[in-house]
Structure formats: structure tokens, C-alpha cells
Write a protein that binds this ligand. Structure first.
Ligand code: SF4
Ligand code: FES
Length: 337
């Protein structure tokens, strides 16, 4: 076991734990953001640099600080290590720069992007980004392509995190796409005319942090924050059959895997559950989904009728300053002359 202190909070973790995972064990605001690391997939991390932290003491044996900011998703803790994340102005400044780099080629098309509301880059930009870009050159643009009849690739939005490549490598029978070329001409592409129709390939949609890979069976059917996420399950022979249904009234707009507090998939689901089971009768609906991670989709979302999730406020706190919300249908009609 190793004792590590992150932003002043000490925790004991098994040897070999990364700084990021130690921070996740503590939880809360001190957890560094991660745009490419994915704990449910092997060989992820090390691409995006959003998880940089400052190691002010390497270990109890060798207390020298590490000379550069370290990538927390792939740096393991040492006994006696002291780490700064949100308590280090250097880290916060560097993170702003990383966000600026990630946004260099990213189109700011959130108003028309189907991922808006679920986009990790949107959250990251909001929390750590600058108000304006200093970039004056032409951005990379690509034509949108259909990779198979269920998935749309909009490469212009891709941040090259490699998560979708790992999903295809580790969950499907055969990987038929990857990152072609390198540097500023790198792009996600399928091999010639192959399509991504292997079972479990739909999980690329859930792991993609931006709107580069979206579900063609759900695109533009609704803004995600107008839907009500419900936990549901079915008896599936291929996967766990446990999903979130994104519903609008009786209609199932989209089926996704369930997400944990780090906004990572809990259990990967098969393509049949994701794409082919869009009727309410296909599912046993359990309860409203608990949105544990910070996201606009948790706003105005009632669970068990007790708590209005809106940032970090609770209903009681809101009630102290706001009169209780009224059912819109109960409001008197507007006065007319
Ligand atoms: S398409 Fe999405 S998941 Fe794949 S590399 Fe690009 S950003 Fe990452
Ligand atoms: S999450 Fe660590 S480098 Fe991307």
C-alpha cells in the first residue's frame, strides 16, 4: 500500500494505482479531468494531457519534486507522494492551454451538434477553457461519413483520444477502423469500404468524448436535456442487458449503456440492445437514472421526487431563495386585455 496526498487529502491506495485513480477514490473536485483515459478499457490514456498534475514531493524516500507536470492517468503513486491538482495555479494554467490545443481544430458547432449536453469537451471547455480562441488559421475539416448503417463519423470533431479504437480492438470480433496518418493529418478512418457493423461496435458512441461518433438511429431526434433517462433491463444473451433509455414521453429516443460517477460506461452493451430494441415493451423499466457526474443533463432532473439536481444545489437550498416551482399546466393563463 502507498500513502499519497492529493490537494491536501491523504489516502492509502494499493501499490501500482495511478494518481488519477487515487484521486477518483477520494472523489469530488480534486479529480483531474480525463478525455482519453478510460478505466474500462486497456491501454488508454497518455494522449490528451488534460489530466496533468504537479508532483511536489516524489515519495517519502526521495522527496524531490518532479520537474515537470505529470500525466496523472499513467503516473503511479509512490509512498509519501504529494500531488497538487486544483491547488496548483501552474496546473490550472497548463490545463487552460491543453483545452486551447484541443479546441484548435474542433468546430465550435455545439448549437447543431447532437452530442451537446453529453459532450465532455463542452464541459471541459466550460470549466477550464478561455473565452476566446487565439487561433487564426483554417481548421481541419472533413466530410461526414456513415460507418455502417448505425454510426455517423464526423471527423472534424474528433480529438484523437483513441478510445473508439480500443473499443473496436477489445470488444468486437475484428477492428475495422483506426487512426490513419499522424500529426496534423491524423484521422479516424475505416479500412477502404469496411463498415463498423461488428457486434459491440456501438460502444464507440458511448466512449467518444465529443460528437465525432453518433448514433444514426437517434441523431437529431431530441436535445438530450429534453429526454428523461430511465434505467431498464432485458434478458439479453449477448450482454448484461442493463441500459439507460433516453425517453420522451412513451418514445425511446436513444439506448445507451449506463454510466458511472466518472462518466464511464458501467457495462458495455451489444448492438441489438442499443439499436434494435426501441419499443417500451422490449424493456423492463426500473427507475429514473441517477446522473452521478456533473452534466447539464442532471439539471432539472427529478429522482424519486425528492431532489432537484442542479449543479451542487439541493432542493431545500433552492427553496430558501426561490419559491417552489409550479406545474406549468397549473399556472393561470396569461392576462389579456
Ligand atoms: S472518434 Fe471519438 S472516440 Fe474516436 S478518437 Fe475521435 S474523439 Fe476519440
Ligand atoms: S486522460 Fe491522461 S492523458 Fe488523457
Amino acid at each position: 500500500m502507498a500513502k499519497v496526498t492529493i490537494d491536501g487529502i491523504e489516502i492509502e491506495v494499493p501499490d501500482g494505482t495511478t494518481i488519477l485513480n487515487a484521486a477518483r477514490m477520494i472523489g469530488g473536485k480534486i479529480v483531474p479531468p480525463a478525455m482519453c483515459y478510460y478505466s474500462k478499457l486497456k491501454h488508454t490514456g497518455g494522449y490528451c494531457r488534460t489530466c496533468l498534475v504537479k508532483v511536489v514531493q516524489g515519495s517519502a524516500k526521495d522527496p524531490r519534486p518532479m520537474p515537470k507536470l505529470m500525466v496523472s492517468c499513467s503516473t503511479t503513486v509512490q509512498d509519501g507522494m504529494v500531488v497538487q491538482n486544483i491547488t496548483s495555479p501552474d496546473v490550472l494554467e497548463a490545463r487552460k492551454g491543453v483545452v486551447e490545443f484541443l479546441l484548435i481544430n474542433h468546430p465550435l458547432d455545439c448549437p447543431i451538434c447532437d452530442q451537446a449536453g453529453e459532450c465532455k469537451l463542452q464541459d471541459l471547455g466550460y470549466e477550464h477553457g478561455l473565452e476566446k480562441t487565439r487561433y487564426e488559421f483554417k481548421r481541419r475539416t472533413f466530410e461526414m461519413i456513415d460507418i455502417g448503417d448505425k454510426i455517423k463519423l464526423h471527423m472534424t470533431r474528433c480529438i484523437l483520444c483513441y478510445r473508439c479504437v480500443r473499443v473496436a480492438e477489445q470488444l468486437t470480433d475484428q477492428r475495422v477502423h483506426g487512426v490513419m496518418n499522424r500529426g496534423d493529418v491524423a484521422e479516424i478512418s475505416t479500412y477502404i469500404s469496411n463498415v463498423m457493423d461488428k457486434d459491440f461496435s456501438g460502444n464507440v458512441i458511448d466512449v467518444c468524448p465529443v460528437g465525432a461518433l453518433t448514433d444514426r438511429t437517434a441523431r437529431f431526434r431530441s436535445r438530450i436535456w429534453y429526454t428523461k433517462p430511465m434505467d431498464a433491463h432485458r434478458d439479453c444473451k449477448k450482454c448484461c442487458g442493463k441500459v439507460t433509455l433516453w425517453m420522451k414521453g412513451e418514445e425511446i429516443i436513444k439506448v445507451s449503456a449506463r454510466f458511472d460517477k466518472n462518466n464511464e460506461v458501467e457495462n458495455f452493451i451489444c448492438n441489438e440492445c442499443r439499436f434494435d430494441k426501441k419499443k417500451k415493451e422490449d424493456w423492463v423499466i426500473e427507475k429514473p437514472t441517477h446522473i452521478a457526474h456533473h452534466s447539464v443533463i442532471s439539471a432539472n432532473h427529478y429522482e424519486n421526487g425528492k431532489e432537484l439536481k442542479m449543479g451542487h444545489h439541493h432542493l431545500e437550498q433552492l427553496n430558501a431563495v426561490t419559491p417552489p416551482a409550479k406545474d406549468k399546466n397549473m399556472l393561470p393563463p396569461p392576462k389579456t386585455k
